[in-house]
Write a new protein. Structure first.
Length: 99
């Protein structure tokens, strides 16, 4: 493998191995992947809500960890919204496609 600018190149054989591994694990199902991503974002949001509640009641033990949880929740929500927007745009574009 050549290393150009700090990025290692990946051979076609390695990509096929990765694809076969994903397919054999059942991870190739888009709906399942989307559901697990939404569940993960929901879990992060719940941790953030708990951190905010703990800060409001004075029960927070580590302010830094609470701030990190809140920041992670914001970032994950922004990412999920961008993915939703891209999916909606793709759906609309498919609707405009003439056969």
């Amino acid at each position: 493998m050549s290393n150009i600018g700090g990025i290692a190149s990946t051979s076609t054989a390695e990509l096929l191995k990765q694809k076969n591994k994903v397919d054999s694990d059942g991870g190739g199902d888009f709906a399942n992947q989307l559901k697990s991503a939404i569940d993960e974002v929901n879990e992060i949001q719940q941790k953030s809500d708990k951190a905010v509640a703990d800060m409001a009641t004075g029960q927070v033990k580590d302010l830094h960890q609470a701030a990190l949880a809140i920041g992670k929740a914001e970032t994950s929500m922004q990412l999920m919204l961008e993915i939703r927007n891209k999916a909606l745009n793709a759906y609309k574009e498919l609707g405009r496609t003439q056969l």
